[in-house]
Design a protein around this ligand. Structure first.
Ligand code: ADP
Ligand code: MG
Length: 338
């Protein structure tokens, strides 16, 4: 007896959503990354109840045509890659064409968008089904609201932590996205409270100042390093300005914030002997490399990547951090002795 059937899209999207849409912060990540990929220079994020009631992301990017505004919600629908060759040279944050399909399957989405060529489009989707599509006047860019997250997956909803915890995850995420993209002006709001606003002038130290405050930004030293494959730059706090956890260490590879235990360790090794035990710096490491040396297709959330020649990269980070901190510590002491 034949018992196997291929799932319909609504069901498979909900299953995929389990991987990408863990909590409000994961939705903010996908929406904002889409805004970044659309070459926006101003991105606003507005949350209600830490995003559980509503997440609204507004950008001034490329926008979408009326046709694309609907197709975007189909599984594997993407404008970012079209063949296997592209898969190994990814420069965009997205490429899987899954996020919007997944998000729309577990929430109610309203979209206003225009590519600047036509009037604009409004699309409303509930639980993955298009319930409205019409022409609507809109400026070039995109405005997407994800409301009533997990309204049709009660088990997931029940799993959400307190408003404060969920908000904490989103603030942390938006901070890292803002650090990764100093040329973009970000504004994060919770109800009517502004939690973060960056200028978008391209100055990473200024973004660090906006996030961590003057005292921290003042204690950060810049570092640089380069070899044939990697260009490394960033900022690290001097040993007198440390934290009790590694949560303030950020790695950015080709504009993508990624998590890497080994890269954090390289920074710590660079600070070796200077750092008090159990304390960690606030740091940002920017890595530029040929996308061909990276594999971002490790997990749907793209928070981890694989790197070729990673031992060389970590050695480069360690040396760059060590040299910069050594200089910053020794020079003021030499001046004091004079
Ligand atoms: P991916 O980002 O992997 O391509 P998504 O499901 O996140 O997949 O988005 C599908 C497509 O919708 C994108 O490839 C893009 O063409 C379009 N899109 C989504 N958000 C925006 C946006 N803010 N501005 C312009 N286009 C967008
Ligand atoms: Mg995307």
């Amino acid at each position: 007896m034949d018992v196997i059937s291929v799932m319909d899209d609504t069901l498979s999207n909900k299953i995929a959503a389990g991987e990408v849409v863990e909590r409000p912060a994961s939705i903010v990540k996908e929406l904002v990354e889409n805004s970044i990929d659309a070459e926006s220079t101003v991105i606003e994020i507005a949350l209600e109840e830490a995003g559980l009631t509503s997440i609204r992301v507004t950008d001034n990017g490329k926008g979408m045509s009326a046709r694309d505004a609907v197709v975007a919600f189909e599984r594997h629908a993407t404008s970012k890659i079209s063949n296997e060759h592209d898969l190994f040279r990814i420069r965009t944050l997205g490429f899987r064409g899954e996020a919007l399909a997944s998000i729309a399957s577990v929430s109610k989405v309203s979209l206003w968008t225009s590519d600047g060529e036509t009037e604009g489009t409004e699309v409303q989707i509930e639980g993955g089904m298009v319930v409205k599509q019409s022409n609507a006047a809109y400026r070039k860019g995109t405005d997407m609201t994800v409301a009533q997250l997990f309204y049709n997956t009660p088990a997931r909803l029940k799993y959400m932590k307190t408003i404060q915890t969920e908000l904490g995850h989103t603030i942390d995420l938006v901070n890292r996205l803002a650090i990764s993209h100093p040329h973009i002006s970000f504004k994060l709001m919770h109800h009517s409270q502004v939690l973060l606003q960056t200028a978008g002038k391209g100055d990473q130290r200024r973004v660090l100042h906006d996030i961590y405050g003057t005292a921290v930004a003042k204690k950060m030293v810049p570092f640089h390093g380069e070899n044939a494959d990697f260009k490394v730059s960033g900022f690290v706090t001097l040993p007198e300005m440390t934290r009790a956890s590694k949560n303030y260490m950020t790695l950015i590879v080709n504009g993508r914030w990624v998590k890497s235990y080994a890269a954090n360790q390289a920074v710590l090794d660079g600070l070796h002997t200077y750092l008090p035990i159990g304390r960690f710096p606030i740091s940002v490491v920017n890595v530029e490399t040929d996308p061909f040396l990276t594999d971002v297709n490790v997990h749907p959330s793209k928070q981890h990547i694989r790197l070729s020649k990673e031992a060389d990269l970590f050695a480069l980070i360690k040396t760059a951090v060590h040299e910069a901190v050594k200089k910053a510590i020794i020079v003021p002491e030499a001046i004091k002795r004079q």
